[in-house]
Design a protein around this ligand. Structure first.
Ligand SMILES: [Zn+2]
Length: 341
């Protein structure tokens, strides 16, 4: 998913050597350019999705039975809404710490490491607020006044949108895990990568075994290419699909379930209190939205408010579910195709 605005020309990779971002960017762009054009997955043969479940044991979890219910729901929805004969197999379970240790070499691998070194606006950056304001101002310019009001309410000017964004993100990072420690603070700043869109982008582009990662962690943070709905949610990317040169459907995706599973005051207020069944239903529908990208190669849709191809505009996931599950025609044929994820 190519969505960044290069804000600096030097960064420091996992190996701590300075990286010339202009050079890395050129290599990354050339690699993306050389990837074959995306092909829509045919519906007359079964689709097999290999899934890894990656868990932070200190955050709310989806247990084995809950995950099996989600997989079964996604399979049923993929058949009913898209017409795919889909089978999901969970082929690995791993802790988030072990998973990041295993994928660590990808953060040193040119060209796919580029997102992991260039996208994140670190929570700990001294000029963080200025970088956030700059990236949000650039993102807002791409949309009409009406669209901005729809997603951001009254806070549609860049300064107000940035202030609200930082307030929301501050609330989320201050949430306590089961050990009583905040999700992200100076004492565990090395875990920032777990929440980073750019790091997950690199992970997915280097993935050779899985088509999807399901995790109870979330992509939550600022990066230099956030789309409007991520800005509106305070930095929450619920899920996404990335280019992948190794997997059969030319992409690999991840779904970060923390914003669905957390019962913190912030998520209760923004999302609503949900039962376990409603949480699972919301995860399954969001996953179906992602399969619209992975299998049908549908681009992000901002217009059809009752179609599964339009991502939830805010954190009210289950309100979105109630709308899309009642829809008879999701207008897949009217949503454009992507050439690259
Ligand atoms: Zn989407």
């Amino acid at each position: 998913m190519q969505r960044y605005l290069l804000l600096t020309v030097l960064a420091f990779a996992a190996c701590k050597k300075p990286v010339d971002l202009k050079k890395e960017e050129a290599a990354y762009d050339a690699y993306l350019e050389a990837l074959p054009e995306l092909r829509v997955v045919q519906k007359n043969i079964p689709v097999q999705l290999n899934v890894a479940y990656v868990e932070n044991p200190h955050l709310p979890t989806l247990d084995v039975a809950g995950r099996q219910r989600v997989y079964a729901s996604v399979e049923a929805l993929a058949r009913r809404v898209y017409g795919f004969d889909l089978k999901i197999t969970e082929t690995r379970q791993q802790t988030i710490a072990d998973f990041f240790a295993a994928v660590g070499p990808r953060f040193a691998e040119t060209p796919i490491r580029f997102p992991s070194v260039a996208f994140l606006i670190s929570w700990f950056a001294p000029n963080r607020d200025a970088l956030v304001a700059e990236t949000i101002a650039a993102a807002l310019k791409k949309h009409s006044t009406e669209k901005l009001a729809e997603y951001l309410g009254k806070d549609t000017d860049p300064a107000a949108a940035s202030r609200v964004f930082l307030q929301k993100l501050t609330s989320i990072y201050a949430e306590k895990n089961a050990t009583g420690r905040p999700l992200l603070s100076a004492t565990n700043r090395q875990e920032e990568a777990w929440y980073s869109f750019g790091h997950w982008s690199t992970i997915l582009q280097g993935e050779k075994e899985f088509d999807f990662v399901l995790t109870n962690v979330g992509i939550i943070g600022a990066d230099n290419g956030m789309p409007l709905y991520v800005i509106a949610r305070g930095g929450v990317t619920s899920a996404f699909v990335e280019n992948n040169a190794y997997r059969p459907y030319q992409g690999a995706g991840m779904l970060g379930a923390y914003p669905f599973l957390s019962d913190s005051p912030f998520f209760i207020a923004e999302r609503g209190a949900l039962t376990a069944t409603e949480k699972e239903e919301a995860i399954a529908w969001l996953w179906l939205h992602e399969l619209g990208h992975l299998l049908l190669k549908k681009e992000e849709n901002y217009s059809f408010s009752d179609s599964v191809h339009r991502a939830p505009p805010n954190l009210k996931y289950h309100e979105w579910v109630k709308t899309v599950r009642a829809t008879k025609d999701h207008r897949s044929d009217k949503v454009g195709l992507m050439k690259k994820f």
